[in-house]
Ligand binder design. Structure first.
Ligand code: URA
Ligand code: CA
Length: 432
C-alpha cells in the first residue's frame, strides 16, 4: 500500500477501507509515514469528512496504538467524564470528589491546558505537593480504597493521537469533527472506563462554535463509544462565556472548594449536578436522574464531598490544609479590581479572549515549554444577563507583573455592557 494513493483517494472524497486506516495509523505511529504525507491526508479529511465507519475504524486503531488500561481490578462500574474543552471549566475538580463521595469509583485521567483552554492537571499542581504522575498500580489502589484518583495521561496511552494532535495543532486541522471525535474517544477507550459521560461545549470559548456542529460531534462520539462496548452519553453545554467566576489555576482550586462548600457560582454548581447525576445513574448507584441528584445534593451539603476532596489531596501527596487556607497555594503580587465603565446589563463575555487574557498573565502556556504561574488569573464579578452600575467591580485581575495594560484592554473589549439580555441556557441538549 502506498500513502500517496490513500491521500489521493481521500482528496477525491472517497471512503478509506479498514485496511487503509490501519495502515496509516500504524505507519504514522512507527515513523514510516512522514509528517508531510500525514499533513496532506489530515487536510483532505478536513475538507472531505469521514463516514461513521471510517471514524470508528480510525478511533479503534488509535486506541490500540499503545497501552490499553485494564481497570477490571477496581470493583464497581467505573465512570469517566470528559469535556471537549472550555474556559474556567472547574467541573472535574468538583465532580470527581463529589461523585466519589456517593460511592461511584472515579478513575480520572485528565489533560493539561491547550491554547486558551485550561487543564485539570495544571490546576491540581497549584496545590503544594500534589502528585499528578502516579504509577498505574497506585492509581488503581487509590480508586479501590478511596473511590477517586486523578492522574495525567500515561506516557503510552494512544500515542497515535499524541503525534497526530501535535501535527494538527500546527497544520490548522484541529477543528474537524471526525478528527476531534477520534482523538477524544481513542483516549477514553484506551483509559479503560466502563461508562463515559461527555461534556461537549459549544460557543465562543469552545472548539465547536455552533450547536449544529456540537450536536454532530456529540452524536458521533456517543455512537463510537457504544460500538466500542462502553455506555456513553453526552451533555451539550454552553461555553459562550466562561464557566463560573474564576479563570486560572489556584483561584479555580479555590472556586472548586467554595463549590464543594455549597458556596460556589450557580452555573458551575448546576453543571456539576447535571453531569454528576448522569455519572451516578450510569454507575447504577441510583435509578433515576432525580434520585441521583438528590444523593449528590446531600453529599455536597453535608460536607461529605469536601471531606472526599481533602482525602484525595492527601492521598496524592498534597497539602489538604489548602481547603481551609487557600492562600497556602500562594497569592498574586498585584490584585487589581477593574470597575465597570458604564451602567447597563452584561450582554456578552467572550470566553476565548478572556481565556487568552488569563493565559497572557501566565495562567496558561503560549508554547509547550512555558512554565505556568499558578497564582495569576481573572475573576469575573458579573455574568451575562446581570445588571451592572458604573464604577461597580466588573472583574479582578491577579497578576505578578505590575503593567497589566494589555490584559486590562483585552478584558474591557471582551465584556460587553448594553441593553438587557437573557441569561444563556447552560444545558443545551442531552444525547444518549
Ligand atoms: N481534545 C482532544 O483531546 N482532542 C481534540 O482533537 C480536541 C480536543
Ligand atoms: Ca471557573
Amino acid at each position: 500500500m502506498r500513502m500517496v494513493d490513500v491521500i489521493e483517494k481521500k482528496r477525491n472524497g472517497k471512503s478509506l477501507t479498514t485496511e487503509e486506516i490501519e495502515f496509516l495509523v500504524k505507519g504514522y505511529t512507527n515513523g514510516d509515514i512522514p509528517d508531510y504525507q500525514m499533513s496532506a491526508l489530515l487536510m483532505a479529511i478536513f475538507y472531505q469528512d469521514m463516514t461513521d465507519t471510517e471514524i470508528t475504524n480510525l478511533t479503534l486503531n488509535m486506541a490500540n496504538s499503545g497501552d490499553v488500561i485494564d481497570l477490571a481490578s477496581i470493583t464497581g462500574i467505573k465512570v469517566d467524564k470528559h469535556s471537549t474543552g472550555g474556559v474556567g471549566d472547574t467541573t472535574t475538580l468538583v465532580l470527581a470528589p463529589l461523585v466519589a463521595s456517593v460511592g461511584v469509583p472515579v478513575a480520572k485521567m485528565s489533560g493539561r491546558g491547550l491554547g486558551h483552554t485550561g487543564g485539570t492537571i495544571d490546576k491540581l499542581e497549584a496545590i503544594p505537593g500534589f502528585q499528578v504522575e502516579i504509577p498505574n498500580e497506585q492509581f488503581i489502589r487509590l480508586v479501590n480504597e478511596s473511590q477517586v484518583a486523578v492522574t495525567g495521561q500515561s506516557g503510552n496511552l494512544a500515542p497515535a493521537d499524541k503525534k497526530l494532535y501535535a501535527l494538527r495543532d500546527v497544520t490548522a486541522t484541529v477543528d474537524s469533527i471526525p478528527l476531534i471525535a477520534s482523538s477524544i474517544m481513542s483516549k477514553k477507550i484506551a483509559a479503560g472506563a466502563d461508562a463515559i459521560v461527555l461534556d461537549v461545549t459549544t460557543g465562543d470559548g469552545a472548539f465547536m462554535k455552533n450547536i449544529e456542529d456540537a450536536t454532530r460531534l456529540a452524536e458521533t462520539m456517543v455512537r463510537i463509544g457504544k460500538l466500542a462496548g462502553r455506555q456513553t452519553m453526552a451533555v451539550i453545554s454552553d461555553m459562550s462565556q466562561p464557566l463560573g467566576e474564576a479563570i486560572g489555576n489556584s483561584i479555580e482550586i479555590e472556586e472548586a472548594i467554595n463549590t464543594l462548600k455549597g458556596q460556589g457560582p450557580k452555573d458551575l454548581e448546576e453543571m456539576v449536578f447535571v453531569l454528576g447525576s448522569q455519572m451516578v445513574v450510569l454507575a447504577k448507584k441510583a435509578e433515576t436522574l432525580e434520585e441521583a441528584r438528590q444523593l449528590l445534593e446531600e453529599a455536597l451539603h453535608s460536607g461529605k464531598a469536601l471531606a472526599k476532596f481533602k482525602e484525595m489531596i492527601e492521598n496524592q501527596g498534597g497539602d489538604p490544609s489548602v481547603v481551609d487556607q487557600p492562600e497556602k497555594m500562594g497569592t498574586a503580587k498585584y490584585v487589581t479590581v477593574l470597575p465597570a465603565k458604564e451602567s447597563g446589563y452584561i450582554r456578552n463575555i467572550h470566553a476565548e479572549n478572556v481565556g487568552i487574557a488569563a493565559m497572557l498573565l501566565g495562567a496558561g502556556r503560549k508554547t509547550k515549554e512555558d512554565v505556568i504561574d499558578y497564582t495569576v488569573g481573572v475573576k469575573l464579578h458579573k455574568k451575562v444577563g446581570m445588571a451592572v452600575e458604573q464604577g461597580e467591580p466588573l472583574v479582578t485581575v491577579y497578576a505578578n507583573t505590575e503593567d497589566i495594560t494589555e490584559v486590562e484592554q483585552l478584558l474591557y473589549n471582551n465584556i460587553e455592557i448594553g441593553e438587557e439580555v437573557a441569561e444563556p441556557v447552560l444545558v443545551r441538549k442531552i444525547i444518549t
